[in-house]
Design a protein around this ligand. Structure first.
Ligand code: PSU
Ligand code: MN
Length: 307
């Protein structure tokens, strides 16, 4: 019988004890969002980007039923390279643990576990959100409600452009989740720099982002997350025309193949990566690495504020 406690990687445990900056990283982008074998290389590069910016990476996932904060390289390799790794949202964590499963944590699950572990900053690619057919299917990512009740700062490039971006922003407002642009008042569209919507707020530096976190913590009024939306520079985005064409084709294919539920996001991302012959993959990797670097800078600034 396992005791089901969260396991900490040695370096992460030490960093948390010492109050050093730590950045949580998710594993679903590795297992379900990126194709093999690039996914393992990218997972390692994410950790390298966090380190290069002065923080300790804590990639979160489940290995043989153990919930791990700070996967080691063998564990990361296992989640990146083996078949049958489950996509775990918050509701899946306990049953996956009880049945000894291998699983990768989504934004929702990673946020919840990171907050429970005392980690304040989390880097990912793009959030889940409201799917385009949500009016009929009710398909809205658990990322949204989880961020409504989880005190974490998520650095991302907005929500995935495969979603209904406007509806997702409305839901984030309803749910009381703070959204600030990083050096931009436009909400990014993941693969594309501009997702088509204005933001009320922006921050201009990691220090200013850290001040938002400090105010949030000091007030003790807001129970929800802060999203730092970090757009790609225009010259690094996926060609918007290629993006729109690929998205239309991918959505049509989704309907034809009858893909629903938690398979939708991985299906569309895989469709993008093959239909653009790797162009979207290269963009996706840049997004994640930039977000990992910024998250680390924010974590460093936040640690300096509280020290
Ligand atoms: N962002 C990416 N790639 C991904 C995801 C996000 O760049 O694979 C994953 C995240 O783990 C996110 C999940 O939480 O997709 C959302 O899935 P769903 O729409 O089924 O909630
Ligand atoms: Mn869904």
């Amino acid at each position: 019988m396992t005791d089901f406690q969260i396991r900490y990687g040695a370096e992460v445990a030490e960093a948390l004890r010492a109050g050093l900056p730590v950045v949580a990283c998710e594993s679903t982008i590795v297992s379900h969002g990126l194709p093999r074998p690039d996914n393992l290389r990218v997972a390692r590069e994410i950790e390298t980007a966090v380190r290069a910016n002065g923080a300790v990476p804590a990639t979160i996932g489940m290995v043989g039923g153990e919930l791990v904060v700070g996967l080691d390289d063998a564990q990361l390799t296992r989640l990146a390279s083996t078949d049958g790794v489950a996509k775990l949202s918050v509701r899946d964590l306990a049953v996956a643990a009880a049945t000894g499963a291998d699983g990768a944590t989504t934004v929702a699950a990673t946020s919840a576990v990171a907050a429970a572990a005392g980690i304040g900053v989390f880097a990912t690619g793009g959030l889940g959100g409201v799917h385009r057919e949500a009016a009929q299917t009710f398909d809205e990512s658990a990322d949204l409600v989880t961020l409504a009740r989880t005190p974490i700062t998520v650095v991302c490039a907005g929500v995935k452009s495969i979603l209904d971006v406007g509806a997702t922003l409305e839901r984030l407002e309803t749910l009381g989740v703070t959204v600030v642009g990083y050096r931009s008042r436009r909400f990014p569209g993941f693969f594309i720099t501009d997702g088509g919507f204005d933001l009320d707020w922006s921050v201009e530096s990691p220090e200013q982002a850290a001040a938002v976190l400090a105010a949030r913590a000091a007030h003790r009024v807001q129970p929800s997350a802060v999203i730092v939306a970090n757009p790609l520079p225009v010259d690094e985005q996926l060609d918007p025309e290629l993006h729109d064409r690929t998205l239309a084709d991918g959505l049509a294919r989704l309907t034809l193949d009858g893909v629903t539920g938690k398979a939708v996001t991985p299906f569309l991302l895989a469709y993008f990566h093959s239909a653009t012959e790797g162009a979207s993959l290269a963009v996706n990797v840049r997004i994640i690495l930039r977000n990992a670097a910024l998250a680390a800078q924010i974590a460093v600034a936040a640690a300096a504020t509280t020290a």
